[in-house]
Design a binder for this molecule. Structure first.
Ligand code: CP
Length: 307
């Protein structure tokens, strides 16, 4: 049974195939409108979400399938103490595929080990968010025409930012990448990502607190939110939350073909004055995420022999 728990579960060739399918769906959505007829996606969201949950649901509807699920732990039997393992076994009796978001790192993996249907990690704590990475890769490929030979700046909460961890891991498999890691001291990229992903593969990176000074060399700028929900104390959050605010003035030194991405939600870190700048890609990124999730659902259902 194939699942998507970590972006490394898929080879670069499989990621390319998913992006090619997403491109095809985008060009001819009608061709796919009945492909999942009679199939059910279960969205098990133990943590809030707008984009991931609704894009999964839109994706399944646009493939002709159905959606069941819950959007908060309180409305599920998890609130009565049911385990993730039992939940996965139960949902396997009702649905063809699961998309799960959970605040605990590793919960979707536990679900995958106990389910008899494919499980997709829709974000687990501060760990990974592989389907956001699918959206990010597709956006970069569409904007830059390639995934190699790029200087990629990641800015904001690199410590708890699961989208950042998954994206660095995914991009580390392409040639000629350089990372500029821009964060406050307290929110630096975890050592395990630097050691196991960047240093292990000899990928060049710099760590800095300086966004403006880093901008001129970047091909991609991946902004992230400082996440209130990951902090143990409010005081630290309030001190760090506005560490970086991207404004039109700060963008003056940036390349004319810079691509600005953000997994969203945005709070203050990108001024709304940038939304109309042709370099702002974050709302396109939202749309591309839906097409990548459609491609992913199709691939996993086919591999599971359910299509
Ligand atoms: N990017 C993302 O995961 O957004 P949501 O939390 O709204 O799903």
């Amino acid at each position: 049974m194939r699942h998507l728990i970590d972006i490394l579960d898929f080879s670069p060739a499989e990621l390319t195939a998913l992006m090619d399918t997403a491109e095809d769906i985008l060009a001819a959505p009608g061709k796919y409108a009945e492909t999942c007829r009679g199939k059910k996606l279960a969205t098990l969201f133990f943590e809030p979400s707008t984009r991931t949950r609704l894009s999964f649901e839109a994706a399944m509807y646009e493939l002709g399938g159905h959606v069941i699920g819950f959007s908060e732990a309180q409305s599920s039997s998890a609130s009565k103490g049911e385990s993730v393992a039992d939940t996965a076994k139960v949902i396997s009796c009702y649905a063809d595929i699961i998309a799960m978001r959970h605040p605990k790192e590793g919960a979707p993996l536990v679900a995958a080990m106990n389910a008899s249907i494919p499980v997709i990690n829709a974000g687990d704590g501060g760990h990974n968010h592989p389907t956001q990475t699918l959206a990010d890769l597709f956006t970069i490929r569409r904007e830059k025409g390639r995934l190699d030979h790029l200087t990629v700046g990641l800015c904001g909460d690199l410590k708890f930012g699961r989208t950042v961890h998954s994206l660095i891991t995914a991009l580390s498999r392409y040639e000629g990448l350089k990372f500029v890691l821009i964060s406050p001291e307290e929110l630096k990229l975890p050592s395990y990502v630097k050691k196991e992903v960047l240093r292990a593969q000899g990928i060049p990176y710099v760590q800095t607190t300086d966004l403006e000074g880093s901008l001129p060399e970047l091909d991609i700028l991946y902004m992230t939110r400082v996440q209130r929900e990951r902090f143990f104390n409010e005081e630290d959050y309030l001190r760090l939350k506005d560490s970086y605010i991207l404004t039109p003035e700060k963008l003056r030194g940036a390349k004319s073909d810079l691509a600005i991405l953000h997994p969203l939600p945005r709070v203050n870190e990108i001024s709304v004055a940038i939304d109309d700048d042709p370099r702002a890609c974050y709302f396109k990124q939202v749309l591309y995420g839906k097409y990548m999730r459609m491609a992913l659902i199709l691939m996993l259902l086919k591999e599971a022999g359910r299509l």
